[in-house]
Design a protein around this ligand. Structure first.
Ligand SMILES: Nc1ncnc2c1ncn2[C@@H]1O[C@H](COP(=O)(O)OP(=O)(O)OP(=O)(O)O)[C@@H](O)[C@H]1O
Ligand SMILES: [Mg+2]
Length: 270
């Protein structure tokens, strides 16, 4: 499948929409809070904790946001486990939202804490722990690095990305795509290194979320409909080149921002 990417007109649209919506979010902070809550919910429902696409997502969204019975175990252990993972993911995002203004750099301890927050209830034995054995990614050619290389690779690459991000200063139309590129690099790095026994995709996507939050940006929601395109983009990347993921994320972000834009039409007539 060819990598999904934006043409020049669509990239211009992404840029313009981003800065328009950022201004609106600053003028209407309650509306922004509402939008972020909506995006968190969408992320939870489009997370791969619930793989079965035959289940209606709107139906699930209602149930998972406190409309259903509290003890999901009465329905099935796997439903309960997915529910706990989704709650963990929601907790992680709220924690990142609080933490982002401190502008801490990316680090190994940060991603360990992120993993712990998502999985402490569903997978207590591996939550927050770097793997101590080799892993493979099902149906993928990419073989993650071996255990002794994990920390050094993460440390080196995080240092370079942190330096690049710090050098950007405030987000402007001139450096917007550079920041998205750093976000794609960090996302791909965590996916490539696969530092955890499982849950690497969710932490990798949350690393991008953290970078977005540090720059007062809306979340990107990667919809399950695009899972194949997302994984194809991953497979096309390597440790020195995360461009295919960068292309895919621009596409996904434009779609997310178009959705956010429809919400703001409730708030203000433009
Ligand atoms: N070829 C690849 N190269 C690098 N990373 C990949 C590749 N294929 C998949 N990945 C990453 O690995 C993730 C799957 O790994 P893992 O099962 O540990 O994560 P997860 O969080 O449980 O899964 P998911 O992302 O499906 O929620 C994918 O989401 C993607 O981010
Ligand atoms: Mg997994």
């Amino acid at each position: 499948m060819p990598i999904i990417s934006l043409n020049k007109t669509e990239r211009d649209r992404l840029l313009e929409l981003f800065f328009t919506l950022r201004d609106l979010g600053r003028r209407y902070p309650f509306a922004k809070q509402e939008v972020m809550a909506g995006l968190r919910c969408m992320k939870a429902v489009h997370s791969n904790a619930l793989e079965d696409r035959s289940i209606d997502r709107i139906f699930l969204q209602i149930l998972l946001h406190n409309a259903g019975i509290p003890d999901k175990n009465r329905i099935s252990p796997s439903y309960q486990k997915s529910y706990l993972e989704l709650q963990g993911q929601d907790n992680l995002l709220r924690w990142l939202e609080e933490k982002a203004p401190q502008k801490d750099p990316l680090s190994i301890s940060l991603i360990m804490e992120m993993h712990r927050r998502v999985f402490e209830k569903s997978w207590p034995d591996i939550a927050g722990r770097i793997r101590d054995s080799e892993v493979q990614i099902a149906s993928m050619k990419h073989l993650p690095p071996s255990v002794p290389d994990i920390q050094q690779l993460l440390y080196q690459k995080f240092t370079t990305i942190n330096e690049g991000i710090s050098a950007l200063g405030d987000l402007t139309p001139e450096n917007f795509f550079t920041l998205l590129h750093y976000s794609a690099q960090a996302h791909y790095l965590v996916a490539h290194v696969h530092p955890f026994r499982d849950g690497n995709g969710r932490v990798a996507r949350s690393v991008s979320d953290y970078i977005h939050l540090r720059f007062d940006m809306y979340y990107d929601v990667i919809m399950t409909d695009y899972k194949a395109a997302y994984l194809d983009a991953m497979e096309e990347c390597d440790i020195l080149n995360s461009d295919p993921l960068f292309q895919f994320l621009q596409y996904s972000y434009l779609e997310t921002l178009e959705r956010v834009s429809t919400f703001f039409s409730l708030v203000v007539k433009r």
